[in-house]
Design a protein around this ligand. Sequence first.
Ligand SMILES: [Zn+2]
Length: 679
Amino acid sequence: MRTSKKIITLLVISVFFLFSGSLFAQENGLTNNSKSPFSKLKSVNIGDVNWTTGFWAERFEVCKNSMVPHMMGNYLDTEVSHAFKNFEIAAGLDEGEHVGPPFHDGDFYKMLEAEIMVYAHSRDKKLEDEIDKIINVVGKAQRSDGYIHTPVSIKEKNEPDKKHEFSERLDFETYNMGHLMTTACIYYRVTGKTDLLEIARKATDFLYNFYLTASAELARNAICPSHYMGVTEMYRTTGDPKYLELVKSLIEIRSLVEEGTDQNQDRIPFKQQTKAVGHAVRANYLYAGVADVYAETGDDSLMIALEKIWQDLTQHKMYITGACGALYDGVSPNGTTYDQPSIQQVHQAYGSDYELPNITSHNESCANIGNLLWNWRMLQITGNAAYADIMETIMYNSLLAGVSLDGTGYFYTNPLCVADEISHDLRWSKHREGYISYCNCCPPNTIRTIAEIQEYFYSKSDDGIYVNFYGSNKLKTTVKNKPVEIIQETNYPWDGRIKLMVNDFPSEDNLYLRIPVWSKTSEIKINGKMAAKNSKAGEYTKLDYSWEKGDLIEINLKMKHALIEANPLVEETRNQVAVKRGPIVYCLESPDIPKKTRIFDYKIPSDIMLKPVNTNLDGSNIVALEGFLLKEKQTNWNKTLYREILNSKPESIKIKLIPYYAWDNRGKSEMTVWIPLSR
Ligand SMILES: [Zn+2]
């Protein structure tokens, strides 16, 4: 009797591991491309990289202690947001109507993802309990056939005689389900728990069955296709080939759309596209999702289109901060084409080549994050550091500008200049808000991205580790089952000196260090001996060395301010410069100039000396730059459009420039990134 009980127990355990092994045995990266055949670089596991001190440790603490509790608190508080209440109503736990935009579910999933990522690094039991309570309600809001979308589920309860699903093109059903899939995969990877993954699996199965029979017209419902990334991640997590089949077909059916639009990137089939067009969030999510499909399939026609679009973006349409989507409302391809009937209206969108206004730049935070997601996938596929350079530009500039230093206020749009007379008539606030009641898509996106930044810092390859970014952290991982432990110490991005302590690393493997594109002079030493000097900027430097425990790598990327000008075809910035130091873009903000002067009174001498100064701004450590700008004699422009130039001698005034991301933390202000140049 005892023996048979033992056998049964062993059998149960074996079956459990047999089942769970197929899920648990795999790597657990944020984007789990460990088995993606066309991805050169692979993610490290969530939890392998932990901040120690410095820039990102501080941002992560603000994320954990302020951003996540404040924003999740908003989502759970019906006085502020109805997002969670919608799930409760759809689950039958309460009664009422759906309140909020149709994409509310998706934004709530993003917030849940942020909370999960904080949990991954804090292992705070209270957070886990809150997450599990939420997942329990989400599960109850799901229909038995897997469909999950609270606006429709609530309508179905209140008006059972009508058919509601996929009846409104702008209902964002697939967007919402896509974010559910991504969040579920991450939760499973962090905890090993399968409950949210099962909900997402049912939803993905629903979409699979739906698209087996969906008409071309319904293909148009793929508004803001977060589900391309989500479905691919479901394929990577479960290994179910039908999910790869689904995401491939989701891209193919875009070609069937009749009367498509640039706004939704379906005017022409994807594989024929060469330009970044239309709604910039939708565009960048599409490009990121297509890159995921390429990583699995190696379909060159997808990569050819992606590369052309990337060239168009980076050569014609991206801001110096990495921000995307210049236009509030505009036309596509442009308003000057001879083919007038082809002109379409677009909003929150990419403009024409070189159309990069500063006061009226839209630059939705979600578009900038979409650009990060896309470039991360391109970096992993190719190992090309150019994509990491774009990511770094976004991280330190347009991403962080989206949230206040104390983690309580958020931007929807990210202009590069704010002027009192014009900016306050704009649709979106030029002061960060705690909850953007009209459309709160950006705050949870910003929070989850900050909670995930460490996952981008390293990649694995067949022959070693790629160090993509610099910041004080500890990496503990494995390469081909051999242990790796590297401790990074640096005051980056304020200082270009970085130490890597190699505590554990396979002696035959290589380390690849990224030399940022801005780095003109650099040195790399191993154990005090020069290993590389002035390595090519914008590439990885390969360190082929016989590693031993305790090896010390010292990198010195000489950091000095630079005055950057734009292509003269960017009319808005002609004869102006932006100040950059390392990856940080600086700005001139009104609290830093003498009272009764305006930011528009100042010019910057081409030979300006700028001194880095450690400064604390609203509890956050930043490096400001101090130097002398030239102030024009002040006159009143009121009711004047043109005038003869003044020939007065400008006055030299000591001012401070602060990082662009840190603007709007001292009350209402004017601000500009671009400053007229004086030679
Ligand atoms: Zn947004």
